[in-house]
Design a binder for this molecule. Structure first.
Ligand SMILES: Nc1ncnc2c1ncn2[C@@H]1O[C@H](COP(=O)(O)OP(=O)(O)OP(=O)(O)O)[C@@H](O)[C@H]1O
Ligand SMILES: [Mg+2]
Length: 405
């Protein structure tokens, strides 16, 4: 063998033995070692390439599973949790460490139409059941609307290994469906009444066979006018709400005096208050700095809050109070009425939510507070409700002074 360390090694081994039999054994042994080592080196190189490819594929698979927009859950054939991705971790509140190895029904309890829905692969047929809408109870016990689809996984010989379950969050779709349902029922209840009244009285007035005394004609015409105004208000509320939901609120700011703005609204609603026997009061803190807001829209907020106070409270006095702080203005409408129960204080600001005082008793579409919230938040302010001192509620909203020029 020419030069190099190999030649030197061989030379060394050839020098060592003195016994020719031993030399023959050693030669055979060395040949076997070299052959084995050579083979293993080749194998090791091959394995390293395979391992690299496997790791690469695994990285891709993991990235695809983890970055999937849906929850992905892997179960073994007995239905025990093998793993799941970050989306499902976030949706369910379970961490991998706490869930792996547990039965899936313990970690991810699904219900379809009120009965528990099993994900057990052994009990499934074919490639797995079609997707179903289900309710998942999270680790904290909160219900979550999801769509679940199971695909059974088999090896090359068709032996069942387990399943891959896809969990899709359908809360947004459910909420949209709920709003559509409420919208339809609000429209049918609230719009149908004025339409029926207008139609009835207009028919009466236009009937050539019925002649009414002038006073009665005036009365009926006044009712038609009133109901048309209600209809007009409702339609414009609905249009504004749908524009707000589409994210299309544009503010046209101008510099205004808050005191004058509130006074204008109070003056407009004075007759309504009088008709209900309610005293409408204003309470200003003296000199109020001018502010830069969309005056028409803020008037709408104050108007909605006062209207609600007159409509729902049933108290004797409604007070509109303006407070001025170094960083913000606050307008509150305080009534002495029934108040708003703690559990619906967030809800009533959602579209079509009519709270405890709404349905069946007093007309309304449940859009007033939703519109108020959108307007106030577009100004960078905050709106809320709390108990008024004594009895009733205090609806308030803030406008940051940053919006002052
Ligand atoms: N001052 C109040 N006192 C008690 N409950 C109130 C008061 N203001 C509002 N609520 C409750 O909040 C609900 C939602 O009010 P919101 O103004 O959004 O809708 P609405 O008055 O029902 O209809 P509209 O769209 O005609 O204003 C009301 O239905 C009522 O149950
Ligand atoms: Mg209202």
């Amino acid at each position: 063998m020419p030069g190099g360390p190999d030649a030197e090694d061989v030379q060394l081994s050839l020098d060592l033995p003195t016994d020719p039999t031993l030399f023959g054994d050693l030669e055979r042994l060395l040949t076997r070692v070299v052959e084995a080592a050579g083979g293993r080196v080749h194998l090791v190189v091959q394995n390293a390439a395979l391992l690299r490819r496997l790791l690469e594929e695994r990285r891709w698979l993991e990235a695809a599973v983890h970055q999937s927009g849906n929850g992905v859950l892997i179960l073994d054939r007995q239905g025990m949790v093998v793993g799941f991705n970050l989306v499902l971790e976030r949706l369910s509140g379970w961490s991998l460490d706490d869930a792996v190895g547990k039965p899936s029904h313990q970690v991810f309890p699904f219900e379809v139409a009120g009965t528990s829905y099993s994900l057990q692969p052994l009990a499934m047929e074919g490639d797995g059941p079609p997707p179903v809408e289900a309710r998942l109870t999270t680790r904290e016990g909160a219900p979550l609307d999801v769509e679940v689809a199971s695909a059974l996984v088999r090896d090359d010989r068709g032996v069942l290994l387990g399943s891959v379950v896809t969990v899709r969050d359908i809360r947004a779709r459910k909420e949209k469906e709920r709003l559509e349902r409420i919208f339809l029922s609000a429209v049918s209840h609230e719009l149908q009444t004025p339409i029926a009244i207008i139609k009835g009285f207009a028919g009466l007035l236009s009937d050539p066979e019925i002649s009414l005394p002038p006073e009665q004609v005036r009365q009926k015409a006044a009712i038609i006018e009133e109901e048309s105004a209600r209809l007009e208000r409702m339609v414009s509320q609905m249009l504004l709400a749908s524009r707000l939901q589409a994210g299309g609120l544009k503010l046209e700011r101008e510099t205004v005096a808050l005191e004058a703005l509130v006074a204008r609204v109070v003056e407009k609603l004075e007759p309504v208050a009088q008709a209900r026997g309610v005293t409408l009061r204003c309470d200003y803190p003296g000199e109020i700095a001018p502010l830069h807001v969309d005056a028409g829209k803020i008037e709408q907020v104050v108007g909605n809050l006062i209207e609600n106070a007159l409509k729902y409270s049933g108290g004797h006095t409604v007070t509109v109070r303006v407070a001025q702080r170094p960083w913000e203005f606050e307008v509150s409408v305080v009534d002495e009425g029934v108040g708003v129960p703690l559990e619906s204080r967030e809800q009533i600001f959602q579209p079509f939510e009519r709270g405890a005082q709404g349905p069946g008793k007093i007309h309304g579409t449940g859009l007033g507070l939703f519109i108020c919230k959108a307007i106030v938040e577009a100004h960078g302010g905050h709106i809320g409700v709390e108990d008024a001192p004594g009895r009733g509620s205090r609806f308030y909203f803030t406008l940051p002074r940053g919006s002052t020029p």
